[in-house]
Design a protein around this ligand. Structure first.
Ligand SMILES: Nc1nc2c(ncn2[C@@H]2O[C@H](COP(=O)(O)OP(=O)(O)OP(=O)(O)O)[C@@H](O)[C@H]2O)c(=O)[nH]1
Length: 397
């Protein structure tokens, strides 16, 4: 009786969370983060336990073959769902159906050649192997594809290892004690159901937590980036700088402001779309010119920024010259135009600064230097006259 209630609750958990995963996946347009696959995994496992309830104990029937097949197809769906969550484009139905047909065939073969115990032992052995491999993949993920989800991955690995261990014990007990230990009211089976019920309660909220984390990270990323070029926006630059200055002994940083020369003419003669294409290519020039670890952003219409970290004035001048030369030599491809465009940029450099609080000040200095460069004929670099902590001789930036 207790076992029946436990399995009944397990079915209810699995099927309810299957519906919830499906509802969440429908709200996630585009990247569903594997939620529809997890919904399928829960549905398959829920149905397997419904069949187990209907059977009442070990038996050789078509229902039992379907039950074992569903029980083993569900981890495949979860696995594929996890791959989708981590950005792999994998199909769901074809692998699940192919596996199910192959496993149903294997069951008939094993039952016919080795008997019922071997068929049940095969399910336990396959489940155990699958869950151990899954747990190992999750631990491997901590060092590779899921570095940002360290604790969550350890939690998953722990729970999955538990199912692997229980299935391995089931295999051994089946091999030594036969089908009797599979009676629903057998102590081992009760422990198994309690563990599975706990998992069915713990895992779905944990999966929803992962999705929530990804969504909020994406939102934060979107709020910090310019949608056209993918570079940081002003807010993103400030946040990245803050993280930089908080995590190490702050060596001075230099802010470079780059403004495309006569950009209005490009818009006026080739259209706004062509202007956008040029802006994207300026972003590429900027990315290539800076050192690894430096920050790049778009801070206004045709105004870009690079923050050179851990460098000196000569280093910042070098980056500025690479940028200026990169712009001058770049052929800007624009859609629909017969020939690529050439354009130049003027660059202003701030005095060195060592904290986020000085970013606005550095912006003003670089901006003033930039406009001196524009007045002096464009396609050139101007550095702020101000030294670190020392006001400019003329009192300006
Ligand atoms: N295509 C496109 N144009 C933009 C965008 N943001 C700003 N602009 C245009 O950029 C141009 C900036 O022109 P100005 O500020 O006069 O500067 P300029 O023509 O580059 O001249 P100088 O800076 O003096 O060399 C304006 O025509 C804006 O409409 C954008 O996102 N896309």
């Amino acid at each position: 009786m207790v076992a029946t209630i436990l399995v009944g609750m397990l079915c209810a958990h699995l099927l309810c969370f299957s519906a919830m995963f499906l509802l969440i996946s429908q709200r996630l347009q585009g990247n569903k983060m594997g939620m529809h696959y997890f919904a399928t995994g829960n549905l398959l496992l829920g149905l397997a336990y419904v069949l187990q309830l209907a059977e009442g104990g070990p038996a050789w029937s078509a229902m039992s073959v379907v039950n074992h097949t569903l029980a083993l197809a569900s981890p495949i769906a979860y696995w594929l769902g996890a791959m989708r969550f981590f950005g792999q484009e994998v199909p769901l139905w074809r692998p699940v159906v192919v596996f199910s047909l192959a496993y149903a065939g294997a069951q008939v073969l094993v039952q016919w050649s080795m008997g019922a115990v071997a068929r049940y032992a095969m399910l336990a052995a396959m489940s155990s192997t699958m869950f151990f491999v899954m747990a190992w993949t999750v631990v491997y993920g901590v060092r590779t594809f899921a570095r940002d989800l360290r604790w969550e991955m350890f939690f998953f690995a722990l729970l999955i290892t538990g199912i692997g261990v229980l299935n391995a014990i089931k295999f051994v007990r089946l091999a030594t004690g036969g089908l009797d230990m599979l009676r629903m009211d057998h102590t081992f089976q009760m422990v198994f159901y309690i563990y599975m019920s706990s998992l069915a309660t713990l895992l779905p909220p944990a999966i929803i937590w992962l999705v929530l984390r990804r969504l909020t990270d994406e939102l934060r990323g979107m709020a910090a980036r310019d949608p056209l070029t993918g570079l940081l926006n002003r807010r993103g630059l400030a946040q990245a700088l803050e993280a930089h200055f908080n995590t190490r002994d702050a060596a001075p940083a230099y802010l470079l402001l780059l403004d495309v020369d006569h950009f209005k003419r490009i818009n006026d003669s080739h259209g706004h779309q062509a202007g956008d294409a040029v802006l994207c290519q300026v972003a590429e020039v900027l990315r290539r010119a800076v050192r690894r670890g430096d920050l790049t952003g778009r801070v206004g219409g045709e105004e870009f920024a690079a923050v050179c970290l851990d460098t000196d004035r000569a280093g910042a001048m070098q980056v500025a010259e690479r940028l200026r030369a990169g712009m001058e030599s770049r052929s800007m491809e624009i859609p629909g135009a017969r020939a690529p465009l050439r354009c130049t940029a003027t660059i202003g450099i701030s005095a060195p600064f060592t904290g986020t609080a000085s970013l606005d000040d550095a912006m003003r200095q670089a901006d003033a230097a930039l406009y001196r460069g524009k007045d002096a004929g464009r396609n050139r670099i101007e550095a702020s006259a101000r030294q670190a902590g020392v006001p400019a001789p003329d009192g300006g930036p």
